[in-house]
Design a protein around this ligand. Structure first.
Ligand code: UD1
Length: 388
């Protein structure tokens, strides 16, 4: 167990992670639960949705996450199979551990699967990063977010606009608390430890002289099925990247889904290794160093839209919508979809020093997890008193 149980009389807080974007959100929450006075006992359950060294182990080490108390080892499968497997394997964990509540973060399949199991067993569900909406029902994450928020008992939001989304969907306002952004807690906590980009390239046998380009470098991550699962679409995206790379070198940290598709569709020839460095998925500290020093980031990730806003690095998001509008309104984010003209125009602006600078949104201050621990403590206590 990650913090001594029994010190508060409250049962363990069962914290669930499944996939890479969950890890940086849960790390500060676990620290805050342990650091709370009195400490809130916590258990860490890993569903095993992401499992390999690059997607999982390195991040656990970088974020100093404790080893999971339970690993469900579900691995990859179709959405239905993956969700069902998590549910089947999670149910007995609730029977054995008898937690005071289940904390889920974000919007991955594991988030929804564990929520459904817990709520039907009358175990309260706490959703961190609630109320974000892209309005795009074709995204599996949008379905996961909406359903999780409908049945969660306590909802923590990262931006004020999230409450409007929840109100529109009929979620009672007294379930919701605006606490800020736990992912930015992680970013601030680890900022000083970020690995130098030159060292990251050297570790992969790449000459870091590439980074000395007069315009600096860009960082690329792409993994959304809508961008990488269709051969013609992926070829088009890689063609756009080649044109961007003619302006400044790119470091492309490639998700396993994307790598598999580049190989399957025979598109390797579209990536010129003299201009685009392809790396495997990076550790948290490597990525932080690469992104913090970059001239721009080109991505379809959710988390990077927020991290670039916190770091003041211009971000071009290769999507038609975002569930994180504050990064556009206040931060450094611009939606460019797969519009080659828009992307090249935005890159030209950034290279000319006219990129968005933005400001850091309210409560993205490195203390969101502490606010969660404080609120959770009061909330669990009041529930206990109501039962007693
Ligand atoms: C999942 C999340 C997505 C998140 C992303 C970050 C859902 C619906 N999607 O998408 O929100 O942005 O994680 O990475 O939950 N694979 C490996 N090693 C691993 C994990 C996956 O090689 O450790 C490969 C598998 O072959 C699999 C593919 O990556 O087919 C996709 O994995 P999956 O967990 O299904 O979804 P992601 O695309 O990673």
């Amino acid at each position: 167990m990650t913090a001594a149980a029994g010190t508060t009389g409250i049962g363990p807080v069962l914290c669930v992670v499944g996939a890479r974007p969950n890890f940086m959100k849960m790390a500060p929450i676990l620290r805050a639960l342990a650091g709370h006075r009195p400490p809130l006992p916590a258990l860490l359950v890993h569903t095993g949705q992401h499992y390999d060294a690059e997607m999982n182990d390195r991040l656990f080490d970088d974020l100093r996450l404790p080893r999971p108390d339970v690993n469900l080892e579900v691995g990859s499968a179709s959405h239905a199979v993956q969700t069902a497997e998590v549910m089947k394997r999670f149910e007995p964990v609730l029977d054995t551990q008898r937690p005071s509540c289940v904390v889920v973060v974000g919007d991955v399949n594991s988030t929804l699967a564990c929520t459904l199991v817990a709520v039907k067993k009358h175990v309260p569900v706490v959703h961190v990063e609630a109320g974000l909406r892209s309005g795009d029902r074709r995204m599996p994450e949008e379905i996961n977010r909406k359903l999780t928020d409908q049945v969660a008992d306590r909802l923590y939001t990262t931006e004020r606009g999230a409450l409007d989304n929840l109100r529109r969907e009929g979620v009672p306002e007294d379930r919701v608390a605006f606490v800020g952004n736990v992912m930015i807690d992680s970013l601030r906590h680890h900022r000083e430890l970020a690995r130098a980009p030159a060292d990251t390239l050297r570790a992969h046998g790449v000459d870091p002289a590439l980074l000395d380009h007069r315009h600096g470098w860009g960082v690329v991550t792409l993994h959304r099925p809508s961008n990488v699962d269709d051969a013609a679409t992926l070829a088009d995206v890689l063609g756009t990247l080649a044109e961007v790379a003619a302006r400044l070198p790119l470091v492309f940290a490639m998700h396993p889904r994307t790598r598999a598709n580049v190989e399957r569709f025979g598109l390797q020839h579209l990536i010129d290794p003299r201009r685009i460095v392809v790396l495997p998925p990076q550790g948290y500290l490597e990525m932080l160093g690469l992104v913090a020093g970059a001239a721009l980031v080109l991505t379809d990730s959710g988390g990077l839209q927020e991290e670039t806003t916190a770091l003041g690095v211009p971000c071009l998001t290769v999507r038609e919508n975002t569930e994180r509008p504050i990064t556009i309104e206040q931060g450094t984010n611009t939606l460019v979809a797969r519009d080659r003209g828009a992307i090249l125009a935005a890159v030209a602006d950034i290279v000319a020093g006219r990129g968005k600078r933005g400001r850091v949104p309210e409560l993205w201050d490195g203390h969101a997890a502490e606010r969660i621990a404080d609120d959770l403590w009061r909330w669990l206590r009041s529930r206990e008193e109501a039962v007693a």
